[in-house]
Every structure is written in C-alpha cells, then in structure tokens.
Write a protein of this length. Structure first.
Length: 612
C-alpha cells in the first residue's frame, strides 16, 4: 500500500526540477529569449544559437512567477517582460537591453500587456485597463509621449503593427452578443478603424499576424463550428481558408518570407503543429511525438529564418524541451533538454484519452493517468484512490502536455482523471459556448459524470475519490461539494470562486466583461447569478473541503475563499476538523515560483494522505 514514505518521486525534488517558459526568437534569428528557473528563481535567459549555449541576463529583476509572456522589440535591441508586485498582475512593462540593463518603460495605474513595437523599437504598443477597460495605447520611448488609440466599451484583445508601422491590426467586440469577437485594422494613430468581413455575429474572429507584404493578415474564425485559419486580403476583403477544416486549428506563426503558415491542430487532447506551404498548397503535420507543441504567436517570433523555427514540446510523461525544426528536411534538434536531476524519467506515467457520457448523453473527453503504469503501484492489486482534476478557464482544456501536478499526484499513488467538460476548447464553437448562461449547471454534471466514470472502474476505490481544481476548477470544487454533497470523499478548491456578484464587484474591467459574456448582466440575471454561486448553497455541503488561496489574487480575490470559510463557521463547522484553510502570502492567481510549488505540493500531499 502506498504511503508518503514509499513514493517513487520525492515531491520537493519534483517541484524543484528546472523549467523554462515563453521561448521567443530574436528578429535576426540569432538568439532565443526565455524565462528559466535553473538557479531556483525565475529569471530571463538568452540562448545563443551559434554557440549553442545560454546565459542568464537578469538577476532577480524578473517576476517570480512566469505567468506573462516575454517579447523582443522588432529592432532586436531588447526584450520586454511584465513586472507585478507579488502576483497581483498589475503589470508594468520592463525592457532588458542587449547588455543586460533593466529599464522600466511603461508604468500604469492598472494592468499593462505588451503587444508590439515599431520597426525601430522606439514606439511600444500595449494594452491597458487604466481607462477602466482594456484598450490600446502607444508610447514613444524617445519623446516620453503616450497616446490612447482605442476607447471601446469591450476589451481589446490583440494588437500588432504592420510591417511598415503605418497600421495596426487588433481584435475587439462592438456587438451586443458578448461572445462575439471581430478583427480590425486601423491607422497607426488610431484613426480609420475598419472591421474585417469575417464570420458572423456571435462567432469569434481573430487576427494574429501580418504577412511581409503588409497587404494580408492571418485570421481565424469559428463560425463553421471548428476554428479554422485563413489569409485575409485587405485590398479585396477575400479570405483564403487553409486546409480541409476537419479539425480545430488555431493560427501560430508566419515565416519571414511569407511562404509558410504554422497552425496548432487539436486532436484528442494533443496539440500538433501543422505547416501550410503556400507555394505548394501542401499541409504537413510536423514530425514530433504526439503531445503538445507550443509555438510562439505573433509576427515571426517562432522563426529563426525562412524555413527553421523554434518551439517547445512535451508529452504527458516527458518534460518540456526546446526544439529547432527544419521545415525542409522535417528533422529537429533539441536546443534545451529537459532536466530530470535525481528523478527517474521512467517514473512518469503517460495519459490515455478516454470518453464517457454525461447525464444528458453528451460525449465528454478526458485524460486518465493510471498509477499502476508507474513504479509506485506496479504489481499492486489493491484498489486505487483517485483525484478528478478539473481545469480552469472555463474556456481552456486539459491536454497531453507534461503536467507537474498530475505527475505529483500519480507519484503519491493516486489515479488522476482530467475531464474536458462542455465549455472546454478544442471541440468547436458549439461545445465551447454550451456553457454560456449555465455556469454551475450542465458542465458540473459533466464533472460529476466523470467522477462516477472513474469510480466505476473496477480498480478504483470508489470510497476514496477527491475533486480538485484551481480558478474555475476551484469554482467547480465548491459547486461539486454543494450540488453533489455525497459524491466525493473530499474536495480541494484552489483560488476558486464562491460568490459571482462579489467577484464581479471586485474584478478588473476586462474580467467583468468576461463574466457578463458568460452569465449575462449581473442585475438582469440576478437570480441566476445567486443560484450559481456556491456560497448560496453552503448548507448543502457534507464532505470536508480544503480551501487554498493567494492573498494577492486579482482574478479571484481572496474574499472568495474568506466568505465561504466564514459561512462554514456560521453553520457550525470547525477548522481543522470539518474543513481546512490556507492563505498563501506573496502569491496571486497561482504561481510557477519553485518555493511556492514546493509549499503547495506539501500542503496537497499531506491533506490527501489524511483524507484518502
């Protein structure tokens, strides 16, 4: 039988394995910038392709958590990153120059998100909610002049200068259908705004990059259900859609010469890179193992030259590596290998994609990690406890990427099941939008059905199955324990949501927009918002719950956990007996920081061992 002393992977050792994030190629292709924590703390590194080595360029100036992307200026003079205060996501923009000098560039009262620079690197394009909604701004670093370019009621979600810097492509929504999104082009001074003729009202159209000629942009849309990628000719408003449209695809990158378009194709939990050769009209899936390839989006940030690109890749049982891939030979080399330290790579368990029926008959997919396939429970014929791990979003998905949390749980002897409930991405517009107006409804039935499916496996101990999740996954835990009070042995809610109205009052403007998109107006739909707030059903909970929350969380503020804790106290529950509660200082909405991962593994491992 598994005990904390017999695990094959030490949790702290696992949490301390070095990890890199957000690799992006310099404009001249000579270097790759990325975050890395090989010295125990997140910092910015540069990989020199000619020398085949990398060096650290910041020393504590980078944020401890690698949540936000990094990006080169278009002249290659520096790398931009986002700096916040202990995970509060009230980002300022910082630039690291070629000689390692760290310079504050944009400071706002709110959140700033880096978008692009002009070709000479002088002007920065960024999004900010300093004007009460996420809109586009430009900042001239030489003149110290700032200009607001858009003033939309709904958030702007993307922005990029054209090759000649005279126009900007971006995406926002002016429709009454809040799930709608449209692509736009405007003059670089914010005038002459033009909506591109893509999709239909209610579909999600995006623009994700300029072709070198400046006359075409890469777009995508899901009006026909599965997302597809196309090339939009600005002079004629004509679209050339790529591929046979048999799978969900998202745009990724354009080669510097405009010949190749890279997309990400979704299939059964995997994200596979596909290249469209516009000269030969051929589509080729890149020759990498089934898993998840992460290709930097935007201009040419994945390409080092016209036919060579850099991207990260991982599998459920193999940690992330950095690949350099040749599109002409379809061969690749590993630039940055995964580090395993004292951990045996064979200790990691692969994930199986499975399907099951929800209570209304809808087929739901998910990923199953069976600990009997690993050394902890190899040959162990006793029944296995389980954890149903619910992803956040809700518009996200569990995938065949290496998951540190899943492998941690498997190393403790638990089966892990990750359901992709309705609302998840990768299965088309109808499946994604099925959750709209129904938070806490049928998607929670999907999660509960996934739990029952796991419990019905003859090798699972149905009396020892927990539900765990973070963010929207945390909301799911609160919902599961109040809506299905006897289904689970226990639940662990991390940075979760308990009161939708209170969340709306405290959230950032662009997150308020998302809440209206998902559940309608909070006053017009007051009763629905109350009914789908777990705090309203706290008296229904019967099984123990563990609540973990970062005190600096700007997305799901700490009050969401505190009010649920207080309500449990009011009904007579006792901390340490009926429920457990931990607030994490200097942490926001989750973290990639090593010390914080170590602490969370310790907390989760101890709690699950005592409860299961």
């Amino acid at each position: 039988m598994h005990t904390p002393d017999t695990q094959s992977v030490d949790p702290e050792t696992l949490a301390r394995l070095p990890e890199f994030y957000h690799p992006v190629v310099s404009p001249d292709g000579s270097q790759v910038a990325f975050y890395y924590d090989e010295h125990g703390r997140n910092d910015l590194y540069l990989f020199d392709r000619e020398r085949g080595s990398y060096e650290q360029v910041t020393d504590g100036e980078a944020p401890r958590s690698a949540r936000w992307h990094v990006q080169w200026s278009r002249d290659g003079s520096g790398v931009y990153f986002h700096q916040d205060d202990a995970g509060d996501e009230q980002n300022d923009l910082v630039r690291v120059t070629a000689d390692g000098t760290v310079e504050p560039i944009v400071s706002v009262d709110g959140q700033a998100i880096f978008m692009d620079t002009t070709m000479d690197g002088q002007t920065v394009l960024y999004g900010s909610d300093e004007g009460e909604q996420m809109n586009l701004y430009r900042y001239d670093t030489a003149r110290d002049e700032r200009q607001q370019l858009t003033a939309y009621e709904h958030p702007v979600m993307y922005g990029a200068f054209s090759p000649d810097d005279d126009r900007i492509a971006y995406a926002t929504n002016e429709s009454d259908a809040l799930e709608n999104r449209d692509a736009y082009v405007m003059a670089a001074d914010g005038s002459e705004k033009r909506r591109l003729d893509i999709g239909e009202d209610g579909s999600e159209s995006t623009v994700s990059g300029w072709f070198p000629d400046g006359e075409r942009v890469l777009v995508s849309d899901n009006a026909a259900d599965l997302r597809r990628v196309g090339i939009y000719a600005l002079a004629t408003d004509e679209i050339e859609w790529l591929g046979l449209h048999e799978a969900e695809e998202a745009p990724a990158a354009i080669s510097p010469d405009g010949r190749y378009v890279l997309v990400s194709r979704q299939r059964r939990g995997a994200t596979m890179p596909v290249v469209y050769d516009l000269e030969t009209d051929e589509a080729t899936e890149l020759a990498v193992a089934e898993g998840v390839a992460s290709i930097p989006g935007g201009r040419t940030s994945a390409f080092v030259d016209d036919s060579t690109l850099v991207f990260s890749h991982s599998r459920p049982d193999a940690r992330k590596e950095l690949y350099e891939y040749d599109l002409e030979t379809h061969e690749y080399e590993v630039l940055l290998e995964a580090t395993y330290g004292d951990v045996d790579p064979d200790a990691f368990v692969d994930a199986e994609y499975v399907t099951y029926e929800s209570e209304d008959g809808l087929e739901i997919g998910g990923l199953l990690y069976d600990p009997r396939d690993g050394p902890v429970r190899a040959g162990d014929e006793t029944a296995v406890p389980g954890v149903v791990h619910v992803h956040g979003g809700p518009h996200a998905r569990s995938s065949k990427a290496f998951g540190l949390m899943a492998q941690f749980l498997v190393s403790r002897g638990y089966a892990v099941f990750q359901p992709n409930y309705r609302g998840s991405t990768g299965r088309g517009r109808a499946f994604k939008q099925a959750i709209l107006g129904d938070w806490g409804g049928m998607e929670q039935a999907d999660v509960a059905a996934g739990g029952r499916w796991l419990m019905d496996q003859d090798w699972i101990d149905a009396d020892r199955v927990a539900v765990y999740g973070g963010s929207y996954g945390g909301y799911s835990v609160y919902s599961q324990l109040t809506r299905y009070p006897t289904l689970w042995t226990t639940g662990i809610a991390s940075v979760g949501i308990t009161d939708l109205h209170r969340l709306y009052e405290e959230d950032m403007p662009h997150f308020q927009y998302m809440l209206r998109q998902q559940m309608g107006d909070p006053e017009e739909n007051h009763e629905l918002w109350r009914d789908r707030s777990p705090i309203e059903h706290v008296d229904e909970i019967e099984r123990p719950i563990y609540m973990i929350h970062g005190v600096n969380d700007p997305r799901c503020p700490i009050e969401q956990a505190r009010i649920f804790r207080d309500a449990l106290e009011e009904r007579g529950w006792t901390e340490g007996t009926d429920y457990e509660y931990t607030e994490l200082g200097e942490e926001g909405h989750g973290s990639t920081d090593i010390e914080q991962k170590v602490r969370k593994f310790d907390l989760l491992g101890d709690y699950l061992h005592r409860q299961l």
